[in-house]
Design a protein around this ligand. Sequence first.
Ligand code: HEC
Ligand code: HEC
Length: 319
Amino acid sequence: MSDWHEAYRRRYKEAKERGVSFFPYAVVKDVFMALLVLCALSYLAIHFGAGLEDVADPTDTTYNPRPEWYFLFMFQALKAFPGNLEPLAAVILPGVVVTLLFFLPFLDRGPKRHPFDRPLITGLGVLGLLMVSYLTYAGAKAPLLNPVVERDPVVESGARLYRDLNCAYCHRIGRKGGGVGPELDRVAPQETEEWLIKHFRDPRSVTPGSTMPQLHLLDDEVKALAAYMKSLGGGEPYSPEAPKLFAANCAVCHKIGKEGGEVGPDLSLIGSARDKAYIRRYVTDPALVNPSSAMPNFKDQLTGTQIEDIARYLSSLGR
Ligand code: HEC
Ligand code: HEC
């Protein structure tokens, strides 16, 4: 270590004696480094880009909120501070850390520069880095809140058109929007695709006297809108895992279609009688809904996300 010091001091002294000037010598180093960083950034921007997500949609119940990786540690740290302690983790602690960093030059006045000569500050720094790394890792590993659902790209582009063309000025979906036209999630899924397509090409061709404007859309756009309309009736989408989870956990006692046991009721048409919230509660803990229930509870066997997934699957049956 002292060797390193010696060598450094010697180089420093020599450089000082030689009298290297800031311009151009130090400036060249700076410019070179800046250029290198710029090249790396340009390369990343051209070849990878920064993916944008869709516009926020309050009616979407399948969204899994996740920050970018460099904020995952805060996302994870917030979980340790429930409820009204949240401001402590979100504002006060980061504020204290940044303030300390700001005052660091005044707090750490030692003349020595080598990290090993400043064990307290170096130790704290390394500890901080380790903590951030661990929290980032834990955040990346944390289970998603919603089942991961494959999205149909045609339906997605229909949803985007719905926003871009401001259909919500006249229509409501999920109770949001204007009241000039009908509430689309109630009526539109019942129409056939052909009817919807004709209606989008020219509303008056199928609804004489309609006040809905003719939109002059491309064929693909009309189809996408129709697909989006049809998707509104399907309840909340479930992942391909849901039927598998049912087969593994529930089919010993319950039938869907021809497959399954007879201990519990046949669930083939459960969606026509029970809604998602009911099924979710029932599967989480049957005793809460039905004190004399003979069904085991699943709150320890399945995660909340899995129960949500199954509940979406079952509530779609028989609708
Ligand atoms: C200026 C108001 C207005 C705008 C903008 C508008 N609509 Fe309409 N829409 C109506 C009215 C009024 C009706 C009822 C008469 C009819 O069926 O044509 C209607 C009917 C519909 C229907 C048929 C519902 C049914 O099953 O009976 C669908 C589907 C529909 N609109 C979708 C859309 C979409 C998608 C957009 C955006 C591209 C849109 N509308 C824009 C006023 C509007
Ligand atoms: C050990 C047998 C058994 C297993 C395993 C089981 N159930 Fe049940 N389930 C029952 C019985 C029996 C009932 C009838 C009411 C009661 O006793 O709770 C029932 C009732 C239900 C109901 C209520 C139906 C209604 O109309 O109120 C739902 C929903 C349900 N089960 C879903 C599930 C799901 C989902 C799973 C798997 C995660 C599952 N069950 C696993 C035995 C079982």
